[in-house]
Design a protein around this ligand. Structure first.
Ligand SMILES: O=C(CO)[C@@H](O)[C@@H](O)COP(=O)(O)O
Length: 223
């Protein structure tokens, strides 16, 4: 199987974007060693990093392309070990254009307890539209992680899920949006963790969460 000529330019542009976005993971201290990955959907394909390769070596030429069943279509190295999970999300969530997985410290700490992060900060209402949910414990190697991500996020506004005893996966309309969700997730996971050391954080009323989420998703920023 080869990339259709009609997608060549889009695939090459996605390789540039996904390579650059992998550099954001160590930049925002979301990963150690090689423990994180970013993908972006292009038609019936996904662009993702090769497994176990240092972020220092992840340029556009290093990126690999898979079909949405996770089969390698282009590239000379094995795709990320989480490719099956990314591919499952794309197959079952048509609106998703980007997926990120990290083991960021504070988000992983909440995942280790199997506890959702309560919506106690306006930044959480803005970006996540409520609490950040926990997905089921699932072992890498088949569709179980992907299935757990989809089943959990289908029931929430949140673009982030804490896979129990593992770590966060985030989704977005493109890879940049999914990376942003991963960055903000770690920030709120840390803030709420610290807050809870000093007392019980105060929940935000649902009406306020809905209002903040609508503003941030539809008004905030440049239009
Ligand atoms: O945690 C795991 C494997 O257990 C992976 O998410 C992490 O090491 C990243 O793997 P890849 O380098 O993307 O194959």
């Amino acid at each position: 199987m080869t990339i259709p000529t009609a997608l060549r330019a889009e695939i090459d542009a996605a390789k540039q974007r996904v390579a650059a976005l992998h550099a954001e993971l160590p930049r925002w201290e979301l990963v150690v060693w090689t423990a994180g990955n970013v993908s972006e959907r292009v038609g019936d394909y996904l662009v993702i990093k090769p497994s176990g390769v240092s972020y220092d070596d992840l340029d556009a030429d290093a990126m690999v392309v898979c079909d949405l069943d996770g089969n390698l279509v282009e590239g000379d190295r094995s795709p990320s070990s989480d490719t099956a999970a990314h591919a499952y999300v794309y197959r079952h969530m048509d609106h998703v254009g980007g997926v990120v997985h990290t083991h960021s410290t504070y988000a992983a700490a909440w995942a280790a307890r199997g506890e959702e992060i309560p919506c106690v900060l306006t930044m959480m209402a803005d970006e996540f539209g409520g609490p950040i949910p926990v997905g089921p414990f699932a072992i890498i190697g088949d569709d179980s992680i992907g299935r757990g991500i989809v089943e959990t996020l289908d029931a929430h506004r949140s673009p982030a899920v804490l896979m129990r005893n593992h770590g966060p996966f985030t989704i977005g309309r493109d890879a940049k949006a999914a990376v942003k969700a991963a960055v903000l997730l770690e920030e709120v996971a840390r803030a709420v963790h610290i807050s809870r050391q000093l007392g019980e954080p105060t929940p935000i009323p649902q009406e306020a969460i809905d209002s903040l989420y609508h503003r941030y998703q539809n008004v905030y920023g440049q239009h």
